[in-house]
Design a protein around this ligand. Structure first.
Ligand code: PEP
Length: 260
């Protein structure tokens, strides 16, 4: 199991998706670290970047000793074996990853990843000493059809059923409405707050009373330097999973600074 967080940490994590070669990723990481060193405004907020697999080693080297964490965007649930093209959690830990994003909507909806697979990966990540960032969120049609709560309850219950409270507390959840990812349409603070409350209540029901209030829940979906502070002012939003705006050091730093 990954080492426990202090209760409800502030966390801003950058999901670089399929962007950056090792050299480009290391340069971006160095630029970000230089900004952070020059302006300690973001101290008090944990920061992670999640490059593609091929850039993990180079970015990890650039981040060494800086306090900025390294994360991956996906993993396989098995420890090793005949799984061509896949990466095990232990391999990610061996190159210095602390985090792994699981169940991102681009995997659930683009590559058919199921609730069951996400649940298996969650257990595997914990086994491999990684801190999972478990992504959940509804499609636009599901929101418009009044099914947001149903979807969130299903995704969280499937992922967390059978986990104990102590383990659950070491994980991080990202609420990412699919209609907000990469679209420029950020959820309102109220929409995000309501979703985070549904997630906390579902953790209480699935794992145990009180757990929901102790798990860090990030909002993700078109977060940028201009809207981050408004989102972070909401007590139930503990940070952000950031896609596009994490590919530019200055904007990612402004988001981290807003989260402290
Ligand atoms: C994401 O990929 O998790 C994400 C939130 O992307 P963006 O910030 O670009 O909407």
């Amino acid at each position: 199991m990954a080492s426990p967080w202090p209760r409800r940490p502030r966390l801003v994590a950058g999901n670089w998706k399929m962007h950056k070669t090792p050299a480009e990723g290391a340069a971006l990481a160095r630029e970000f670290v230089a900004l952070a060193a020059a302006d300690p405004a973001g101290k008090g907020c944990e920061v992670a970047v999640c490059p593609p697999f091929t850039a993990l080693a180079a970015v990890g080297e650039a981040l060494r000793g800086t306090g900025v964490h390294l994360g991956a965007q996906n993993m396989h649930a098995e420890t090793h074996g005949a799984f061509t093209g896949e990466i095990a959690g232990s391999m990610l830990a061996a190159v210095g990853c602390r985090f792994v994003i699981l169940g991102h909507s681009e995997r659930r909806h683009g590559m058919g990843e199921t609730d069951e697979q996400v649940a298996k990966k969650l257990r595997a990540a914990l086994r491999d000493d990684l801190t999972p960032i478990v992504c959940v969120g509804e499609l636009l049609a599901e929101r418009e059809g009044g099914k947001t709560t149903e979807v969130l309850v299903r995704q969280i219950a499937a992922a967390y059923a059978g986990l104990d409270a102590a383990t659950t507390r070491t994980t991080v959840i990202a609420y990412e409405p699919v209609w907000a990812i990469g679209t420029g349409k950020v959820a309102t603070t109220e929409q995000a707050r309501d979703a985070h409350r549904v997630i906390r209540a579902t953790l209480d029901q699935t794992v145990g009373a009180g757990v929901g209030s102790e798990v860090a829940i990030l909002y993700g979906g078109s977060v940028n330097a201009g809207n981050a502070a408004t989102l972070f002012a909401e007590n139930d939003i503990d940070g952000a999973l950031v896609g596009g705006a994490s590919l530019e050091a200055a904007s990612f730093w402004k988001i981290a600074a807003a989260a402290r």
